[in-house]
Design a protein around this ligand. Structure first.
Ligand SMILES: N[C@@H](CCC(=O)N[C@@H](CS)C(=O)NCC(=O)O)C(=O)O
Length: 319
């Protein structure tokens, strides 16, 4: 499979690329800064292109591409409709990739208004990405990233009996779903609005920019608290001989050999609750939030996810 950068998100990957693990800390930091800057530039360029275009015109060429697909859809597997700069689309790609499901991606061209092509709107009335078609289930169409992700893990669980990134335990399941709702209703839209008011709104309105950036910080505060509690519980459980010193405060938790050990929002293994945050965590630096500095548990958590080969593949747009 080609290593060509397909998604704009993939440049952020290189900061935690499995191939870069031999870099020393300073090299790593310089590399990350360079990559982050490049990512910001790529994304801004893309957004500018989108906004400068007349989106009301769906030209003949793009219309025929979408029409042709719907006239002759694949007979099996999944088709994901996404966009190269759309974190919500990459959320679904990550889940498809983690489950090793057979899928293809159509990256819509927003400049040509492909998201408003009638065939696309017939599968997603909201005319946004992502949307998914399950060709194995009579071309069932799904929309809204959270709902698509839940469909995929529920279906996998039913077919296989167990899904490695979900849970069969009703309590855990309800917690996972709560985090998914929190991600789709709180995390993603607040970052989206902060980006809009900071870069694309026709007027600079500092109170609006600050309002959304503050809200994003609040959301990361919620995540940080959850992860910090999970970290403490894990250290107390695994680092038994030092637990008393940590409890009394004579030794900081950061001294524990389990301080960088992977932890997850729900239960003891990674789930869709965690994975759904990854693509948005990669763009948050554009609104001036440095996760590494401000939310260290969120940073370690993101890094642990970004090292996963299937996450890397999905963010690169590889199948
Ligand atoms: N709540 C929706 C949000 C979808 C959404 O806003 N998608 C953006 C890309 S991340 C989009 O399609 N924008 C195109 C447009 O605004 O026309 C979901 O989670 O699926």
């Amino acid at each position: 499979m080609s290593q060509r950068q397909i998604s704009n998100l993939s440049s952020a990957l290189k900061s935690v690329n499995i191939n870069n693990q031999n870099l020393n800390t300073q090299q790593q930091q310089e590399y990350e800064q360079h990559q982050n800057l490049q990512q910001i530039q790529n994304n801004l360029q893309n957004e500018n292109n989108n906004h400068n275009n007349d989106n009301n015109n769906i030209n003949r060429e793009s219309e025929s591409r979408i029409t042709a697909f719907f006239k002759n859809p694949p007979l099996e597997g999944y088709t994901l409709f996404s966009h190269r700069s759309a974190p919500n689309g990459f959320k679904v790609a990550i889940v498809l990739s983690e489950l090793n499901l057979d899928y293809n991606t159509i990256f819509l061209d927003f400049n040509r208004g492909e998201q408003r092509a009638p065939e696309f709107v017939s599968i997603n009335p909201n005319a946004r990405v992502p949307a998914l078609i399950d060709h194995n289930s009579n071309h069932l169409s799904l929309w809204e990233s959270g709902s698509i992700i839940l469909y995929l893990v529920e279906k996998y669980s039913k077919e296989v009996g167990y899904c490695p990134i979900f849970s069969n335990d009703p309590n855990e399941k309800s917690q996972i779903i709560s985090w998914i709702f929190f991600q789709t209703s709180g995390h993603a839209p607040m970052i989206g609005q902060a980006l809009h008011f900071k870069y694309f709104h026709q007027q600079q309105i500092p109170s609006a920019i600050n309002r959304y950036i503050d809200e994003v910080r609040r959301v990361y505060g919620v995540l940080e608290m959850q992860l910090a509690e999970k970290r403490e519980a894990l250290i107390m459980e695994l680092d038994v001989e030092n637990a008393a010193a940590y409890s009394s405060g004579t030794t900081p938790l950061s001294q524990s050999k389990f301080f960088d050990y992977p932890i997850w929002l729900v239960g003891e293994h990674i789930t869709i609750a965690d994975l759904s945050f990854v693509p948005w965590n990669n763009v948050v630096d554009r609104i001036g939030i440095d996760i590494k500095l401000e939310f260290p548990e969120c940073y370690k958590w993101t890094k642990n996810m970004m090292r996963r080969p299937n996450v890397i593949k999905a963010l690169r747009g590889e199948h």
